[in-house]
Design a protein around this ligand. Structure first.
Ligand code: ATP
Ligand code: MG
Length: 432
């Protein structure tokens, strides 16, 4: 036997019944997005490498060490599997002059790729839901996107996710803070790790985003960007806070919250849980007013977030949140394979009426006994079995046998008149 092939490390298969949880999650996301009038956008998984280098910043974890970049063997193009969604959305918006007739609210769901050390809540192919509100300058839209995540937690039945916010101000304010930051880290040079030393002059703010536990105390004592914010930036932050207060959403101001990409300004935020160990950030985002212009578009304000689907699902699982199972309405028991064509015709007609049908399939040798077929009917979760016995079929009838209601009687139904009784087999709420 040849050696069996395995999935790439850090990239996961999602099989049933686990995939049902994903589908339920995605359906919930789409419902919430509609509730806020956000429209779906789909961009390629592969983008030109310079998009991310220019968009995210050269001195960031992603660009320095996490991107799957490669050369297209056929034409030499430098390409990268997208590590995040915002840069691609902005590229698409620019390319199609999508803001020409006004601001837009967009969302996406899809795979992202980062070469990280795989561990619980951290994978090499992972999935994000993201929202991007483009063309809106005010704190009202910052609050809106933050509250969309809150609505999603509620719809999913998730509790204990808390909100942290901060303001990164504007570039000029960060410039003033930068000098203070460099002076502080220079004074503690002996405590800097390799990453920090390398970033001290190229991107000192990034040091605040360190994951190194040994650096936490040092970072804790660093000069705060908040202290360097001018009136306009502070007013923007107050605007966001006022909206959160108005709906009673608690938050903490975390002055060390800087986020992993360079494109952010003003509001940044994270939804965090204590239940996933070191991978506690389930949703993160902020305002990125400079990015559209930076990657070649006409300057426009923007704000958004990305949410790690694996982390949200891990939280749901950890919290014992039950996912409504998807089961067929009926299971078709077919005692004799000879009847298959007639059965298939009847089942197709039933499905056209909106009934969910699982057909027993076997063929000449594999049809299985009556008893084993009923076992499968039971296991399918269907409420009824349709029994296509030879005698009944000869009379143009089928037996409808209740599987879940003890005491309910089996009845015979005419196949010629499917539309009269078929729809009754649909389970309540199954149409949704
Ligand atoms: P972290 O600090 O955990 O590395 P990040 O700042 O790199 O996260 P973002 O780029 O802001 O994360 O992505 C948004 C969200 O996507 C994160 O909050 C997290 O929920 C999820 N995420 C990021 N990287 C991974 C990964 N490798 N595997 C699974 N989920 C991830
Ligand atoms: Mg990261």
């Amino acid at each position: 036997m040849s050696e069996s092939l395995k999935a790439v490390k850090g990239m996961n298969d999602i099989l049933p019944p686990e995939s049902a949880r994903w589908e339920w999650f995605e359906a919930t996301v789409r419902r919430v997005m509609q509730g806020y009038a956000y429209q779906n956008i789909r961009t390629p998984l592969v983008e030109p490498t310079p998009l991310f280098v220019r968009g995210l910043g050269e001195v960031t974890d992603i660009v320095e060490k996490e991107m799957y970049s490669f050369e297209d063997k056929l034409n030499g193009d430098q390409l990268t599997l997208r590590p995040e969604g915002t840069a691609g959305v902005v590229r698409a918006v620019n390319e199609h002059s999508f803001l020409y007739d006004g601001a837009k609210r967009l969302f996406y769901i899809g795979a992202m790729f980062r070469h990280e050390r795989p561990q619980k809540g951290r994978y090499r192919q992972f999935h994000q839901v993201g929202v991007e509100a483009l063309g809106f300058p005010g704190p009202d839209i910052d609050a809106e996107v933050i509250l969309m995540a809150r609505t999603l937690w509620r719809e999913l039945g998730l509790t204990d996710v808390r909100l942290e916010i901060n303001s990164l101000g504007q570039p000029a304010e960060r410039q003033a803070h930068r000098a203070a930051l460099i002076a502080y880290f220079e004074a503690h040079a002996d405590q800097l790790d390799e990453d920090a030393k390398r970033r001290l002059y190229s991107n000192p703010l990034r040091i605040l985003d360190t994951k190194n536990p040994a650096m936490q105390a040092l970072v804790e004592g660093a000069p705060k960007l908040l202290a360097h914010l001018g009136e306009a930036s502070l007013a923007h932050l107050e605007g966001v806070k006022a909206a959160l207060d108005a709906v009673g959403q608690p938050y903490t101001i975390n002055p060390r919250l800087v986020r992993g990409m360079d494109y952010y300004n003003l509001t940044v935020f994270e939804w965090v849980t204590d239940r996933l160990g070191a991978q506690g950030t389930v949703c993160a985002g902020g305002r990125y007013d400079g990015l559209i212009e930076q990657i070649g578009g006409k300057s426009a304000p923007a704000v958004g977030w990305g949410m790690g689907i694996e982390r949200v699902l891990a939280l749901l699982e950890d919290g014992g949140v039950a996912v409504p199972p998807v089961v067929p309405d009926v299971y078709a028991v077919v005692p004799d394979a000879v009847a298959a064509p007639q059965v298939i015709a009847a089942l197709e007609a039933l499905r056209a009426l909106g009934v969910r049908v699982q057909m027993h399939a076997g063929g000449k040798e594999g049809q299985g006994s009556f008893k084993s077929q009923f076992k499968k009917a039971d296991a399918s979760g269907a409420r009824h079995a349709l029994v296509f016995g030879a005698d009944e079929l000869a009379q143009g009838m089928v037996a409808v046998k209740p599987l879940r209601d003890a005491g309910a009687e089996q009845v015979l139904r005419p196949l010629a008149d499917l539309s009269a009784w078929g729809p009754d087999l649909r389970q309540a709420g199954a149409e949704a």
